[in-house]
Design a protein around this ligand. Sequence first.
Ligand code: FDP
Length: 315
Amino acid sequence: MTSLAQWLAAETNDQNLAGVIASMAAAGAEIAAVLREAPIEGQTGLAGATNVQGEAQKALDVISNDIVLNHLRANPAVSILVSEELDEAVELSSQGTVIVATDPLDGSSNLDVNVTVGTIFSVLPIQDGLLQKGTAQLAAGYVAYGPATSLVVRIAGATSAFTLAADGEWLLTIAAAKVPEASGEFAINTARERFWDEATRGYVSESVAGETGPAGKRYNMRWVGSMVADIHRILMRGGIFLYPLDSETISKGGRLRLLYEANPMAWLMEGAGGRSTTGRESILDVEPTDIHQRVPVILGSADEVARLEKWYARS
Ligand code: FDP
């Protein structure tokens, strides 16, 4: 089977970029090992809680951030780290050529119930500074800590998936993920319906109406509430993920973060033939104004994204 190192050698001549992806993969493997034993170690609680031995615990998202930081600090190609866990960007190597933006442990509200969570990352060139559009990404990926630990990564070509083997090696298990154009599955937190805009209401009611409604087919709904898990399912079998702008999140610009959630997921989705939008424009074209900026996020099968875009064009 093809290893991550072999794939990277075939995918890019940029040794720095390959090395940074390898560092994120190594951080992911280390986080996977921590998560695997977290309930035994009493580590699923919040920071400040104590374990059975009465020792103070760090939250797993803080531990994950430290693991990513240590791996990237050891890699001289990384100039700056932006992390969901850190208010400010951290300067690492002065010779570095890339910026890494990461959510070290996304979906953390699912940690204490042993549901899939993930590490998301985006790699940007250093020369244009922290606030670059998603189109500038050199690579993006995520690690999904599920029944198997998966690394999904894209440089400029296809979106590929690796599985962490027992010996710690990442092995290529999907060379080129393909998101089916059409799908009958949507993912949204329907408990927020009262906050939705007209386009989201229209799209969801059309879907729920099923084969007798205007969409003309039956839909199913899935919502893990852990972005990596929901996006991984959609990358593997199609569907649409929505965290739209709604009346409650409008003042913040949305719920999910542009630099280390929306942009990398949009990069991966588009590499697999899917689409991404805020409802008004491609996520990858959003001009960032802040490293922790939030945006509306709609990602998935091309036909479903297009149907939603029609609703936005009308509203
Ligand atoms: P979490 O707060 O648990 O880290 O990144 C935010 C996120 O999870 C996403 O992973 C997930 O898709 C979303 O929030 C869940 O939102 P809801 O609480 O509205 O379901």
